[in-house]
Design a protein around this ligand. Structure first.
Ligand SMILES: Cc1cc2nc3c(=O)[nH]c(=O)nc-3n(C[C@H](O)[C@H](O)[C@H](O)COP(=O)(O)O)c2cc1C
Length: 199
């Protein structure tokens, strides 16, 4: 069986929070465009934080064995990634950050072992990022976007689009903004179509 073209990662601890609701809409949109979508719900996985022991330094493989390996394989096999995270202290949620940090093993493989140079790197896969925060400041997404872009570079992913929503706090707040849901659906659809044109 072919692996799914798109993997959607739910990064919030809330199952039905604002980012999860938006991501579900984007997934729905991608499916209407004919994409197959696999889902990873981070709060259901057991993934240890990186312990910074650099057991990965010889072969680029993380020594900690848990749910990371399966998630990593799915993420590296997909053509498109949808990632949704709330803003927590100006960056991604802890669940998302733990996943990102475990990709340090891939960073080691690429840049220490294989000596990949960034100027020769081709970002051949695409990512759609969804984030929500409670406040409304101009810099609300500066930190999260820095982390995200750096993570995407490590997994050879170009940021296709970021859907960023301010002023969402309590679970269900996003439902008061039907236009955000429509936008997530439409972008999910367009994202799947953009992937088709690539393949
Ligand atoms: C631990 C924690 C840290 C947060 N940090 C921020 C923050 O730095 N800036 C902000 O605007 N909102 C912050 N929030 C609010 C969330 O970003 C907001 O409630 C968001 O809509 C949650 O998305 P979710 O429902 O998908 O989990 C924080 C919430 C929590 C629980």
């Amino acid at each position: 069986m072919q692996p799914p073209e798109i993997i959607a990662i739910y990064g919030s601890p809330r199952r039905n929070g604002n980012t999860a609701t938006l991501l579900k809409k984007a997934v729905e949109g991608a499916k209407t465009a004919g994409a197959s979508v696999g889902e990873i719900i981070l709060r259901d996985l057991k993934i240890s934080p990186c312990l910074e022991i650099y057991g990965c330094k010889n072969v680029g493989e993380c020594m900690l064995k848990d749910d990371f390996q399966k998630a990593r394989d799915q993420i590296l096999a997909c053509q498109g990634l949808m990632l949704a995270s709330p803003v927590f202290f100006y960056t991604v949620s802890a669940h998302t950050k733990i996943l990102m940090d475990r990709f340090q093993s891939l960073w080691v493989k690429k840049y220490w072992i294989e000596r990949t140079t960034r100027d020769r790197q081709i970002l051949h896969r695409k990512g759609l990022f969804i984030a929500a925060g409670a406040t409304k400041g101009k810099k609300l997404f500066d930190g999260i976007l820095l982390s995200l872009r750096y993570f995407f570079e490590v997994i050879d992913m170009e940021l296709w689009k970021a859907l960023l929503y301010r002023g969402l706090d309590f679970e269900g707040d996003v439902l008061k903004h039907p236009q955000y849901l429509t936008e997530a659906f439409e972008n999910g659809k367009r994202f799947a179509e953009a992937l088709k044109h690539e393949s």
